[in-house]
Design a protein around this ligand. Structure first.
Ligand SMILES: Cc1ncc(COP(=O)(O)O)c(C=O)c1O
Length: 316
């Protein structure tokens, strides 16, 4: 939903299905970040990422802004903050909006503030395998009051659900703009609210496992750990390392019954995005060596020790 709002933030008609609008974004993510750009009829402009963290590079964003740029998206890989302040400064000077994809970032902090306080639009995922799940669903954080009010309308067909004495909202009020059916149902909301009680405990376990791996890998030359942004606090939905023999290590871990994963394919190689292809050396490098190992709340102390031992043994 964040993306629809970002694209439609001024004049709905002026923004929709334009053949010239451009969104600067990253391919190091789930396709969910980028497919809404195509659904809205806009063009994708890929920016490169840092080869170690996978975070979109502010300088490359700046280079790629044109008079057609409407928004910039950033994805906090694994919940590790991008350079949010720099990106927001560049975007605001150019008069464009910023969208944070925080699908991995529940509980992330940046420059002393919690996720959701930095950019025009930010979202968290409440899908089944995230820190906090409502079975499926998500959260949208909006800075501007007017956009927030509009989002509430777009959430449910564009109909204003405010209860007014004596007025049947389905039959007696005008609907000025086409909306969607994006509201969460009550069953999911109840599950999400119950799980929310465990969020601090869940985050603490993710972070504790990550700190354990940081320590375990720090003296191993063949393993490069993705460093936590010193200006923030990662939510460690993923723990990512870089190794030269990534595919071989993955196969070995699989034999040992240890799950490891690249998590997402670089989006720019999907055929739906082929017309936007460009040289991206940082993406190339990140994608060649990155690997995510189990870090979630379910990983026990014994398991993380065993995982670290095996990674160290087989990493080259
Ligand atoms: C970076 C990123 N963005 C968006 C999504 C989509 O989230 P949802 O399944 O809640 O729509 C995911 C899903 O894992 C993701 O990893």
């Amino acid at each position: 939903m964040a993306y629809h709002l970002a694209l439609h933030q001024n004049d709905y008609k002026g923004y929709y299905n334009s053949n010239t609008d451009e969104i600067i974004t990253t391919p190091i993510t789930c396709t969910a970040t980028n497919t809404p750009i195509l659904s809205n009829g806009a063009k994708i402009v890929w920016a490169d990422v840092d080869p170690v963290t996978g975070s979109i590079l502010p300088d490359d964003i700046e280079r790629k802004i044109t008079k057609n740029t409407k928004a910039v998206t950033m994805v906090h890989w694994g919940g590790n903050p991008c350079e949010i302040e720099k990106i927001n400064k560049i975007a605001s000077e150019a008069g464009i909006k910023t969208v944070e994809d925080g699908a991995h970032s529940m509980g992330m902090e940046y420059k002393g503030k919690k996720f959701g306080n930095h950019s025009d639009y930010s979202m968290n995922s409440l899908q089944a395998i995230k820190h906090l799940t409502s079975v499926d669903g998500g959260l949208l954080w909006i800075k501007n009051e007017k956009d927030f009010e509009r989002a509430k309308l777009l959430r449910w067909y564009g109909i204003d659900r405010t209860i007014r004495e004596g007025i049947d909202l389905r039959c007696e009020i005008d609907v000025p703009e086409a909306g969607y059916k994006f509201h969460m149902n009550d069953v999911c909301a109840v599950i999400g609210n119950e799980n929310l009680k465990h969020l601090d405990e869940i985050l603490t376990k993710h972070r504790d496992n990550a700190k354990f791996y940081d320590e375990a890998f720090k003296n191993h030359k063949s393993i490069t750990v993705v460093p936590e942004n010193p200006d923030g606090k990662s939510s460690y939905w993923l723990y990512t390392i870089h190794i030269n023999n990534r595919d071989e290590l993955m196969a070995k871990l699989k034999e040992l019954n240890i799950m490891s994963s690249k998590v997402h394919a670089r989006n720019d190689t999907h055929s739906m995005f082929k017309e936007f292809k460009t040289e991206l050396p940082g993406v190339e490098s990140f994608n060649r060596t990155h690997l995510c190992i189990p870090v979630g709340w379910w990983v026990t102390k014994e398991q993380r020790e065993y995982i670290a031992e095996q990674v160290i043994k087989y990493a080259k």
